[in-house]
Design a protein around this ligand. Structure first.
Ligand SMILES: [Zn+2]
Ligand SMILES: [Zn+2]
Ligand SMILES: [Zn+2]
Ligand SMILES: [Zn+2]
Length: 470
């Protein structure tokens, strides 16, 4: 029996996997090495097939339980379940070359009656197996190897028995009776391709219940040893795996079950980032210093966070990004903000200021989003002795500011920063409205040191999101 198992091993490893033949790798926790089989109905079957070397993975870490199996792969498996040294004659199927790796197995499977191909002339190389083909091959195999295979299973309980090919009915009847096939949601799904997870399940049941005439007497499993049948050598499943409490980097840890000590490996420090130093992935200790952001003004290339020393540098950065600097006038700066007003409305505020001369000019374009109204205000600040601020404002109905229904000018007194309207042009009934607009527009009122000295009623620097120009 053990001989059969080892023969199975070699074939499945060769056929279903590109891995070299080596011992089953089980993690310290007693888990499969396949990260795509951590749960699911097929887990016990995959574990069984893996530890008994019946099936291996598609790679070291992937079993691919939803993947498919070809006919020649399956043939090789069946042949190796009952190996003999006979050289069988070349089959007559035109798609089976004389020197392919699977040729001896197909020849043997044909000679022994496991398969008769998919037509008189074709074996079906490369064709993936359906569920009814797989069950039929297992049935043919069992009968050819002297199993009784009574066909007494009740297929009437399955909703899709009528979809099953006539040639597969006996095989399903046998497989259902023996518990090799249970169906899914009351269906046999005979024409569906069989997945590797389903094949593992069938091989599990067939191998444990049918192939071995054994009452199986299993040993106790331990952290590192699987339960093994003392009569036939079949392995029951995975070892338990060690159970370590929270790992400790400096003193190690002991398995709660067997006491095996993990030698402390020291911290496993991983990736520092902009704001955090390296951190141990096991215990959380930290080491070194944070990397810091890649810039002190702009967007950090590493973490994507905005880094600005103040809101002024933020506005300058965004205006530069939007191409709103004027290279012909290096001292001109632009600011833009979405302003939320105390009445709940928002508007776009655009500020341009020029500090190239002693006289400082601010140009403010202010759009009311709820109305198609624009305000253009020019503030001229004379910063010399007895300084004053002169304000002109234009209240327009359209964005290009060509039509001014009202305009006027005013002054902010140097003594108490109060606003005095000097002149007004337009319908007098709108004068009060105009005054409030001019005041509301004049958000930024600076003294010679560029600090805020006044906020106007109903709107504040906080509306801009910053507290001072600098
Ligand atoms: Zn046994
Ligand atoms: Zn242990
Ligand atoms: Zn640590
Ligand atoms: Zn960063």
């Amino acid at each position: 029996m053990l001989k059969r198992i080892s023969a199975l091993v070699i074939v499945f490893l060769m056929v279903l996997s590109a891995l070299p033949v080596n011992a089953a790798i089980v993690t310290d926790e007693g888990l499969l090495p396949f990260t795509d089989v951590r749960s699911g109905w097929y887990l016990p079957a995959v574990e069984f097939c893996y530890v008994n070397r019946i099936m291996s993975g598609k790679s070291e870490t992937c079993f691919d339980p939803k993947g498919l199996t070809t006919r020649e792969q399956m043939m090789t498996v069946l042949c190796m379940l009952s190996p003999d040294d006979t050289v069988y004659p070349q089959c007559s199927f035109t798609d089976v070359g004389a020197s392919s790796w699977y040729t001896p197995y197909v020849n043997m499977a044909v000679a022994k009656g496991y398969t008769s191909g998919i037509s008189d002339t074709l074996f079906g190389v490369g064709k993936t197996l359906t569920r009814q083909e797989t069950v039929t091959l297992m049935y043919n195999f069992a009968r050819a190897n002297g199993k009784q295979c009574p066909t007494e299973g009740d297929l009437s309980v399955f909703a899709d028995t009528a979809d099953t090919a006539d040639w597969a009915l006996d095989a399903f009847s046998w497989a259902v009776r023996e518990g090799i096939i249970a169906g899914a949601n009351g269906k046999l799904n005979p024409r569906n391709p069989i997945t590797r997870g389903e094949l593992a399940q069938i091989m599990f049941t067939f191998t444990e219940k049918e192939l071995y005439d054994c009452e199986h007497s299993y040993t106790e499993e331990s952290c590192t040893e699987s339960a093994v049948c003392t009569l036939c050598g079949l392995i029951k499943g995975m070892p338990l795996g060690h159970s370590y409490p929270i790992l400790n980097c400096s003193v190690g840890s002991d398995c709660e079950r067997c006491g095996k000590h993990i030698v402390p490996e020291g911290h496993k420090f991983t990736g520092a980032d902009c704001t955090k130093p390296m951190t141990c992935s096991v215990c959380g200790a930290s080491s070194g210093t944070a990397l810091g952001h890649t810039t002190d003004c702009g967007i950090c290339a590493r973490c994507g966070v905005e880094v600005f020393k103040d809101n002024y540098s933020r506005f300058v950065y965004y205006m530069t990004q939007r191409g709103m600097t004027d290279s012909s006038d290096l001292n001109v700066k632009y600011l833009m903000a979405n302003v939320k007003h105390t009445d709940g409305n928002t508007s776009t505020q655009y500020v341009k200021y020029n500090t190239i001369t002693r006289r400082t000019t601010f140009e403010i374009i202010y759009k009311f989003v709820d109305k198609e109204h624009y305000v253009r205000t020019i503030i001229t600040m004379d910063l010399g002795p007895g300084s004053s601020y002169y304000v002109e404002s234009y209240y327009s109905m359209n964005s290009d500011l060509t039509r001014y229904p009202f305009y006027g000018s005013g002054r902010i007194t140097a003594s108490d920063n109060s606003f005095v309207l000097n002149s007004y042009h337009g319908d007098s009934s709108y004068r009060k409205q105009f005054e409030s607009v001019v005041k509301g527009t004049l958000l930024l009122n600076l003294d010679a040191s560029n600090t805020l000295i006044k906020e106007f009623t109903g709107i504040s620097m906080a509306d801009f999101g910053f507290t001072a120009f600098k």
